[in-house]
Design a protein around this ligand. Sequence first.
Ligand SMILES: Cc1cc2nc3c(=O)[nH]c(=O)nc-3n(C[C@H](O)[C@H](O)[C@H](O)COP(=O)(O)OP(=O)(O)OC[C@H]3O[C@@H](n4cnc5c(N)ncnc54)[C@H](O)[C@@H]3O)c2cc1C
Length: 418
Amino acid sequence: MAAVNMNQEMFEKAILGDKPVLVDFWAPWCTYCRRISDAYDRIAQKYEGRILVTKINIDEEPALAQQEGIEIIPTLVLYHKGMTLGSVINPESESAIDEFISGTLSMEQKQKAVHVHDMIIIGGGPGGYTAALYAARSGLDAIVLEKLSAGGQMAQTHQIDNYPGFEDGVDGYELGQKMLRQAQRFGAQTAYAEVTRVDLMAEPKVIETSEGVYYGKAVVIATGAGPRELGVEGEKELVGRGVAYCAACDGMFFKGKTVAVVGGGNSAAADALLLSRIAERVIVIHRRDTLRATKVYHEPLMQAENVEFRWDSVVTALEHEDKLTGVRLKNVKSGEESSLEVDGLFVSVGRKPNTQLFDGQVELTAGGYIAAGEDTRTNIPGVYAVGDVREKQLRQIVTAVADGAVAVHMAEEYLAGK
Ligand SMILES: Cc1cc2nc3c(=O)[nH]c(=O)nc-3n(C[C@H](O)[C@H](O)[C@H](O)COP(=O)(O)OP(=O)(O)OC[C@H]3O[C@@H](n4cnc5c(N)ncnc54)[C@H](O)[C@@H]3O)c2cc1C
């Protein structure tokens, strides 16, 4: 079957149909158009039943040629369901026409298979789920990618007393579940997957995970922070064999035993207090001569009968066989060294941001946090950083949720402009 000649009316109808339509814009005076016409007819036979292969004489349909932006002939254009899929000018051979058709159609298939979300939120802590809530309520197609469970760091604590709206405090895990369900109520999706690689400069942005690849027009980074390590030899190997970073999670393994807590901030003080109710003896090791923690912790800690302090001291080595048996301490003022027998060591020396994935793409501060201000915008258009992962003064649930709302506000402007 030879290629079908079409006029404007036939063209308008054909391109809206289910079958792709190939149009050869030609003219009788064009010698090259005449040369390819045999090959074109063979293409019509080859694709018979799959695509409609047609011709339009631009001398007879000048308005249509102008409407379709035809400036050189022959130009072959492939249409499908009212959309222009692609075009090729002066194809040099029959196989070039064939390649154009098959390449363009397979690209269309791929694009159909790939779902591009309006917003991908990496991390399902309070910052991530607030972004998901605001995005979903704004009608955006948003998905949270979370590697473990909703709630992030706060899910590790039983009691949160400083998040407004809960006069008796709230369990952190339960608060995380509430945030998840609230975002879900408005259509936000969650995929439990660990993000392993990102390409944030691509359009759409590409997020590779343990469960497959996701594509998004905008990305909110809400990966939070994790515990900072002490950095002494053998620390990593002894995790789970005496070394721990979460008293609320691992404290019960040391019931009736002797534990040390390293650090002097709020989390070290909270850990020491919690452990004082579980362990027989708790030794707080701090490199200064007073706690940095807020005053509310001082009195109960000083009064606890089983809590002792090693001021001006740092851990220089871990003593162990199969499990941790003790720590070597150095007094930073006198230089004196000593050994302390302990069954467990809780490291509570601060947090470090989860930004390794973004290093080299998103601008980071010297401390490794994402360089983004209160508007949460990063150096990459369409990429926002919220919560503990962002450079900021106060890392708490209230500041993480505030960031989540701001990021969506900024992203909406970005998406509207695209
Ligand atoms: C024990 C403890 C008690 C606390 N108590 C309080 C309190 O009482 N009040 C208060 O205001 N704050 C408290 N905080 C701090 C508070 O929890 C954090 O400030 C807050 O959770 C930060 O939220 P976020 O959304 O930025 O990140 P996070 O809560 O850290 O959440 C980040 C999420 O990202 C996920 N993630 C990370 N990397 C990936 C990846 N590659 N792929 C997929 N997912 C990933 C993590 O699994 C996590 O769920 C506490 C923190 C801890 C550890």
